[in-house]
Design a protein around this ligand. Structure first.
Ligand code: COA
Length: 348
């Protein structure tokens, strides 16, 4: 008798050295360190750390990644007329297709960041000597680059989530990095995975207009709707990234009274939402996830709601690549089975 786990919940697909998502204790450990211990790392340091482990501080990736941005920018600029007709995340997929096949992972990382920035500012030019986050923030006309750095560090890697698993499945067929990353972008796009933070802001906007927020939550849940930014497949406590990002919002709000006000409101709404969820589903812990404070932070930095998932992808690409490398070096073809419950042919 085949054992079926709906949504592959609880199924372990292999060993990994990259990260531990501890859903019971609410811990995220990346190559032996708690997420919060890595909060001061640069984007380039984290890339090296996720891909290779160890101290990884002897040779900086700042210049090679800067050179990759300069290399990919003209290829992406040529395709920019197509960007207007595409959702930002679709444009990122197209950006990957514009690159020649590359074994240099920095090209893929650079392409996603530069594509995001050029879509906002087609005239922008990358600077090879700048660090990745400052350069993308400058090119894209954003504020609070350190907020963006903290966000990308926070979301860079998170175990066997849907998009990472997708990347590994494609990498396991030896289809190459472009195909694996393209597939991961597709998986990330859905509202149950990386598409939630835009709807979080829509929800907060509606709540701001609602006369009674607690009643609003109850009504939504009673009509079968999901509250965006809450619940998780693995965490049975509050997602540890929610607190890291709440603190990042707090830091940025020292320079933005608008964010400070939004944050105070969101904190009040979080309490009401989690109480409403506890009353609605007493048997299942539904707590705040990463997307809730992501929404506030990305809005303050200057992104449009429709860009949020693409911004997520520009950080998560580090984790996708780490898993692609691991899959390529150790993994077998991923090919599970399905239990057939359809009709059988007539006897004879
Ligand atoms: N609001 C209301 N109910 C929720 C909920 C939410 N945010 N998340 C889960 N539930 C309910 C489901 O309706 C389901 O109830 P049922 O058993 O009566 O059908 C139950 O809790 C279990 O949900 P399930 O869909 O099996 O959990 P999952 O592990 O597949 O889902 C998520 C995880 C993240 C997809 C889910 O919590 C969700 O949809 N959250 C909102 C979207 C979001 O914030 N996504 C970003 C994730 S980081």
């Amino acid at each position: 008798m085949q054992v079926v786990s709906s949504g592959l919940e609880g199924v372990c697909v292999g060993d990994s050295h990259i990260s531990l998502v501890d859903g019971q204790a609410g811990r995220l450990i990346l190559r032996g360190f708690h997420l919060h211990q890595l909060g001061e790392k640069s984007f380039e340091e984290l890339a090296r750390f996720l891909w290779e482990g160890g101290a990884c501080d002897e040779e900086s990736l700042v210049q090679p990644l800067g050179e990759a941005r300069v290399r990919v920018a003209p290829l992406l600029r040529e395709a920019l007329p197509l960007a207007a007709r595409l959702a930002p995340i679709e444009w990122l997929r197209l950006a990957l297709d514009r690159l020649p096949d590359s074994q240099n992972p920095l090209d893929w990382v650079a392409a996603l960041g530069v594509a995001l920035a050029l879509r906002r500012n087609p005239q922008a030019q990358p600077e090879a000597k700048a660090d990745h986050v400052s350069d993308i923030a400058r090119m894209a006309g954003l504020q609070f680059p350190d907020g963006l750095r903290q966000y990308w560090i926070c979301v860079a890697e998170h175990g066997m989530n849907a998009s990472t698993f997708t990347a590994r499945v494609v990498a396991s067929t030896r289809a190459g990095h472009r195909a694996a990353l393209s597939a991961a972008l597709g998986a990330l796009q859905g509202p149950l995975h990386g598409g939630a933070p835009g709807p979080v802001l829509d929800m907060l906007d509606e709540l701001q207009r609602a006369p009674d927020a607690a009643a609003w939550f109850q009504h939504k849940l009673a009509s079968g709707e999901r509250l965006m930014g809450f619940g998780h497949r693995v965490y049975r406590v509050r997602d540890p990234r929610a607190e890291v990002l709440r603190l990042a919002c707090q830091k940025v709000s020292e320079q933005s009274s608008e964010l400070a006000e939004r944050l105070r409101f969101a904190e009040r709404m979080e309490k009401l939402a989690t109480s409403a969820l506890a009353a609605h589903k007493p048997g299942r812990v539904l707590q705040t996830n990463v997307e809730y404070y992501t929404a506030l932070l990305l809005e303050a930095i200057g992104f449009q709601r429709e860009e949020f998932t693409a911004v997520f992808a520009c950080g998560r690409v580090l984790g996708w690549l780490a898993h692609i490398f691991e899959q390529e070096s150790e993994g077998r073809l991923i090919r599970p089975e399905v239990r057939y419950v359809g009709p059988m042919p007539d006897q004879g």
